[in-house]
Every structure is written in structure tokens, then in C-alpha cells.
Design a protein around this ligand. Structure first.
Ligand SMILES: CC(C)(COP(=O)(O)OP(=O)(O)OC[C@H]1O[C@@H](n2cnc3c(N)ncnc32)[C@H](O)[C@@H]1OP(=O)(O)O)[C@@H](O)C(=O)NCCC(=O)NCCS
Length: 174
């Protein structure tokens, strides 16, 4: 079990007490529609099922704000999906650099501690903020494809981004 820290955040395992907040943030369609797997509407049962899944070996972390302990969202790496990186934040927390900070910390963990060499992540064509987060990490566009979006009930164009250890180190040094 890992706990990762950054300037403003603590990335820690999910807890049952996160369920109400998770359901509150993810039941917002504007959050769910930008993810591939989050259903809409979203209930506490969905959050509980996610917690049970996350306990099964995926590297899923709650994004907790350091100063007040608030649960703001999740980030994770899915080894079964070729090391796919994912993240989401409740809407009140958007636009403050938290996703970039969380993803940077998780990527450092993946490269330094898990000794991975490459990660990937996808963003839907109409969610440029996520594309921008990935570009800030040093990721590069690596093809596009149609991908199912559960909340919208249809497939959308998804841009895949590849992040190698070298890209990340170069970006950190810049
Ligand atoms: C995408 C998401 C994680 C971004 O979180 P965030 O904490 O607001 O992201 P950050 O503040 O770290 O960075 C966002 C960047 O995108 C930029 N941005 C925001 N809206 C944008 C837009 N419409 N077009 C281009 N860039 C945009 C911001 O200016 C910022 O870049 P900057 O730091 O250079 O100014 C958040 O909006 C979210 O959870 N959305 C719903 C779920 C989701 O999309 N998850 C990702 C699935 S791939």
C-alpha cells in the first residue's frame, strides 16, 4: 500500500468513508462524460463497487488536499490496460493545477518505483483540458480512435497520448 505526497496533495488508498464524496463529485455529468467508464447517473453503490475493484491490485489513489484533508477525486494506473493513466476531480476543484500535480506525482511513482518505461492515457476530443494536462507531463499524441463513453452511451473520438520515461525526465529538466 503506497502513500504519495506532493506540495498540496496526498495520494492515498481509497477508504469506505470516501464513498459519499465520490458519489457527489462523480454524479456530476460534466465529470462523468469526460471519462470512459463512469456511468451516469452515479450512485453510492457504484462508488462502493469501484472501491472493491480498486482493492484488487490496481494502483488507484484518492486525491486528498493536504491542508484540509478533503477528498477531491482519484487518479490511477491500470496495469491491465497497458499502464493507462487516469484522473478526475470534482468540479469545484478544477482549474487550480491539482490534476497536473496529482498526475505528475503518480507518473514519478510509475517510473521511479514501479520501474515502468511507458504509460499512456486517452482524452476525448471535446475535453482539451485533459489533453493539456497530459501535454504538460511531456506526453505526445500517439493516434486516435473511437472509444466508448459510458455516461454518454456512445463512442467518441479519443486521442491517445504516450508518455515515456525519457519524455517525462526531459520535461522535468526543462
Ligand atoms: C480534466 C481535469 C482532470 C483537469 O483538472 P484540473 O485540475 O482543472 O487541471 P489543471 O488545472 O492541472 O490543468 C488544466 C490545464 O488545462 C487548461 N485548460 C482548461 N480548459 C481548457 C480548454 N478548454 N482548452 C485548453 N486548455 C484548457 C488549463 O488552463 C490548464 O493549463 P495551464 O496550467 O497551462 O493553465 C478536470 O477538469 C476533470 O476532472 N474533468 C472531468 C474528468 C476528466 O476529464 N478526466 C480526465 C479523463 S481523460
Amino acid at each position: 500500500m503506497f502513500i504519495l505526497e506532493s506540495e498540496r496533495l496526498i495520494l492515498r488508498p481509497l477508504r469506505p468513508s470516501d464513498v459519499p464524496s465520490m458519489a457527489a463529485w462523480l454524479s456530476d455529468y460534466d465529470v462523468a462524460k469526460n471519462t470512459s467508464r463512469v456511468p451516469h447517473p452515479y450512485s453510492e453503490n457504484d462508488a462502493e463497487a469501484f472501491l472493491a475493484m480498486a482493492a484488487g491490485g490496481n494502483h488507484v489513489f484518492a486525491i486528498q488536499r493536504r491542508d484540509d484533508g478533503l477528498f477531491m477525486g482519484c487518479t490511477g494506473l491500470s496495469p491491465s490496460d497497458d499502464n493507462e493513466l487516469g484522473y478526475w476531480l470534482g468540479k469545484p476543484f478544477w482549474g487550480q493545477g491539482y490534476a497536473t500535480e496529482a498526475a505528475q506525482r503518480l507518473v514519478r511513482f510509475a517510473f521511479d518505483d514501479l520501474r515502468q518505461d511507458r504509460l499512456h492515457a486517452g482524452w476525448f476530443y471535446d475535453n482539451p483540458a485533459s489533453g493539456h494536462v497530459l501535454a504538460k507531463l511531456g506526453a505526445h499524441h500517439n493516434g486516435s480512435h473511437m472509444r466508448d463513453c459510458r455516461a454518454r452511451g456512445r463512442a467518441l473520438l479519443c486521442h491517445d497520448m504516450l508518455l515515456t520515461r525519457a519524455d517525462f525526465q526531459q520535461r522535468k529538466a526543462a
